[in-house]
Design a protein around this ligand. Structure first.
Ligand code: SER
Length: 593
């Protein structure tokens, strides 16, 4: 099945069932709790899962571009060696924001899998979380999956977006690919690549805090994710994702560029597959506004490009490799992602420059590395050598480690990291803002007792409500919690509202509004007059004049974003912003002066 056919079939199925079709978000997530890259379909919907923003639709479906190259979700070490891992892939998904839950999500997934796209129901196995009796009952009783093909798993069936953020138990559907792939026993006990998971149904209901604790989300939702290329592989019965239409075309291009053929030996096959995968990852990252650098996202991109160049070099290629690969990606994916065609020249230029830069030192760095390894006579390559290769020759650690491993040598990664950390510390001294500690029990109790704050501030500037708590802070101000509020809490770069809270016995000036926990509005306030007591009626009023200024600056960020794209190109994406009453700040990457 072709990729475009499967995208259409999936999305249409859910559209016909009341889901809004939402375009893929960019690979640079905007939510403050998000990891470096968009790693799944749910990430653009985080504000809805957290109740920070009202969802404009109760159910949605999308085809999301995803990158899994850092943090919790990183598939680089398996890449090219298994049948199913990729660092860039497309994720099909359906989502509910407080609308339906497991009882509908599970039968819908089964119907699409077996009746629409044609998976053989008798070869499907499902797993549910250890504690999820409910999901098991739905699979067995409503869908009719025999108990022998339902298994329970622990951590593997609990999905988390990253170190923090929405999470919850999940249930996965797997296809039994038959005895040639491994031992029987189902996904929980079977062997090898026999039972391939193709659809993850997540039931987000918790929020993971930086201290690892969990609290309830304002509303339960549904977040499902299905890897497009994996579905194609399983539906067509091919041996790996690299035989599906888009990736096969890229493997072909990698063969053309390197002059090497698949099937020659395992090392060549792995290298060709890595080139095919990395071609998409680099193209889409640059397209979405990442440029090579020595930090964060830019460094991840740099590693991808350099790693591809190194693999090509190892296959004996002395000339530029990445431009042809990027052109091919645009060629085969440009219909599904038309922005690739618009940005194509820019993407090609960025990638080519990075390759040039690395090629200039590739030979001398390789010589230094060879010499250092030669002197070792087995053993461990010192961290300082790996760091020098990184610092002077631009060899990412993975590249050094891969070369060393081929020669039976390990790299002292700790030593490398220590040298790197020291350099970063010097470079960054005094620049990193402190992160706020979270996880206070008092906030949890408030949420447990009263639920989330009713936010009325999109429509009203003033509301009447009740004081749920007024907690003193060390600096003499108070943290006030209300059952309902017109105060916008700081999020997505927009500052919180200021204003006043008045009760029968006192008056407070609200200095700021933030989230103490997802869905729980905290008003930081100063007593102006009298006192304010828990349980009192309260009149809350924002400074509407100030809010108007904030709104205008919010509009300003959209205008600026549009103008930057007109002038500099479509690669300009918002990577962060601050929207205040008196100014705005807009972060983006651009590859020139
Ligand atoms: N977020 C889940 C995943 O990525 C389901 O979409 O697997």
């Amino acid at each position: 099945m072709r990729a475009d056919e499967l995208r259409r079939t999936f999305v249409r199925f859910f559209e016909e069932r009341g889901h809004t079709v939402v375009p893929s978000a960019g690979l640079i997530p905007t939510h403050p709790t998000a990891p470096l890259f968009t790693n799944s379909g749910m990430m653009q919907f985080v504000p809805y899962f957290l109740g920070e923003e009202a969802a404009p639709y109760a159910r949605a479906t999308s085809v999301q571009k995803c990158v899994r190259l850092s943090g919790k979700h990183n598939d680089i070490s398996e890449l090219g060696r298994t049948r199913r891992h990729l660092t860039f892939f497309e994720m099909l998904g359906n989502f509910s924001f407080g609308d339906y839950f497991k009882e509908q999500a599970i039968p819908l997934a089964w119907e699409l899998s077996t009746e629409v796209v044609g998976f053989d129901g008798d070869r499907l196995w499902v797993t549910v979380h250890d504690d999820d009796d409910e999901a098991e009952a739905i699979w067995h009783e409503s869908v009719g999956v025999p108990m022998e093909r339902i298994q329970r798993l622990g951590a593997e069936n609990f999905w988390e977006m990253g170190e923090t953020g929405p999470c919850g138990p999940s249930s996965e559907i797997h296809l039994d690919c038959g005895p040639e792939w491994g031992e029987p026993g189902g996904p929980a006990h079977g062997g090898g690549d026999r039972y391939v998971e193709f659809w993850n149904l997540v039931f987000p209901q918790y929020y993971r805090h930086p201290d690892r604790s969990l609290s309830d989300l304002p509303r339960k939702g549904i977040d499902t994710g299905a890897g497009l290329e994996r579905w194609q592989m399983l539906l067509d019965g091919t041996r790996s994702v690299f035989e599906t239409d888009v990736l096969a075309a890229l493997v072909d291009e990698a063969q053309a560029v390197t002059g090497r053929r698949l099937g020659t030996d395992e090392q060549t096959d792995v290298a060709l597959r890595i080139l095919a995968d990395h071609a998409r990852t680099m193209t889409f990252l640059v397209n979405d506004g990442v440029v090579p650098s020595n930090e964060d996202r830019g460094y991840v991109l740099r590693r991808v490009i350099r790693r591809a160049v190194r693999y090509a070099h190892r296959l004996g290629v002395e000339r530029a490799t990445t431009p042809a690969l990027v052109t091919k990606v645009i060629d085969v994916m440009g219909d599904a992602y038309p922005e690739l065609r618009r940005n194509g020249d820019f993407v090609g230029m960025v990638v080519e420059r990075e390759e040039d830069r690395f090629r200039r030192t590739l030979a001398s760095g390789s010589a230094l590395l060879d010499e250092a390894i030669g002197e070792l006579d087995g053993g461990t390559l010192p961290g300082e050598v790996a760091f020098k290769l990184h610092d002077t020759f631009g060899f990412p650690l993975e590249v050094t480690s891969e070369v060393a491993a081929e020669r039976g040598v390990e790299v002292d990664v700790e030593g490398f990291e220590a040298a790197m950390a020291e350099q970063r510390r010097r470079g960054r001294a005094g620049r990193t803002p402190g992160s706020e500690a979270e996880g206070d029990d008092a906030y949890r109790e408030l949420l447990d007792q009263f639920g989330t704050t009713d936010f009325l501030g999109y429509a009203e500037g003033e509301t009447d409500g009740r004081v749920l708590a007024a907690l003193p802070r060390p600096d003499g101000t108070l943290e006030v919690f209300l059952d309902r509020t017109p105060f916008y809490a700081e999020s997505g770069g927009q500052v919180g509202d200021t204003g006043a809270i008045t009760t029968p016995t006192g008056r407070l000036e609200v200095l700021d509004a933030t989230y103490a926990l997802p869905g729980l509005h905290r008003h930081v306030a100063r007593v102006v007059d009298g006192e304010v007591v828990t349980g009192q009626e309260a009149h809350a009023a924002i400074d509407a004049h100030r809010r108007d200024y904030v709104k205008r600056n919010h509009t300003g960020t959209h205008l600026l974003h549009w103008a930057l794209r007109e002038v500099l190109g479509d690669h300009v994406h918002q990577q962060g912003s601050l929207v205040a009453p008196d100014h705005l700040r807009f972060d983006f990457s651009h590859y020139g002066q």
